[in-house]
Design a protein around this ligand. Structure first.
Ligand code: COA
Length: 153
């Protein structure tokens, strides 16, 4: 009997070379995806951009902006066929740890009211809604509000 052991998921800094596979996931999971320019701008701005890999496979990625005592989670995404298997929860835990390690006291993020999976993930992690940004997101018909969530670190 033989068993093939999968390597453990590993977080690495996102580079230009990752952007093609990042965009493939981004465009598969969002109706209004970030563009290549959005990711390039994030890299150039010095935001913390990570890729989560299992061997050669890209599981997901995240973009975190750190600004003194505040951190802002700008993007957290898991490949469509790997969703709902605990990767988002694990990745979010690492992002929270990184924000804390950088001295942030509060982690903010926005989520669509229609994004049930996202809201469940964040509230299970202790995020609380602190406000609403009206018409924040593009939507099929007009705009969609954003729920603003925050986690005390
Ligand atoms: C939202 C997202 C990051 C969650 O990551 P994930 O790996 O799929 O989620 P996990 O398996 O870690 O599950 C975390 C929680 O999310 C919820 N969840 C995940 N997938 C779900 C689904 N398809 N439907 C409903 N809830 C879901 C569950 O409540 C789960 O907690 P539980 O297992 O204790 O019930 C991921 O689904 C994703 O990339 N979605 C598309 C992009 C997106 O919406 N990003 C967030 C933008 S703010």
């Amino acid at each position: 009997m033989s068993a093939v052991l999968k390597p453990l998921p590993k977080l690495a800094t996102m580079t230009e070379g990752d952007l093609r596979s990042v965009l493939e996931i981004e465009e598969a999971i969002y109706e209004f995806p970030w563009t290549l320019g959005n990711f390039r701008d994030s890299l150039r701005a010095g935001y913390c951009c990570w890729v989560d890999r299992q061997g050669a496979e890209l599981i997901g990625y995240a973009v975190l902006m750190l600004a003194g005592s505040e951190a802002h989670l700008l993007n957290l995404s898991i490949a469509p066929h790997l969703q709902n298997q605990g990767h988002g929860r694990r990745l979010l835990g690492k992002l929270v740890g990184a924000a804390r390690a950088h001295g942030a006291r509060t982690l903010f993020l926005e989520v669509r009211p229609s994004n049930v999976a996202g809201q469940r993930l964040y509230t299970a992690h202790g995020f609380k809604q602190i406000g609403v940004r009206r018409g924040y997101y593009p939507a099929r018909r007009g705009r969609e509000d954003a729920l603003v969530l925050a986690l005390d670190l």
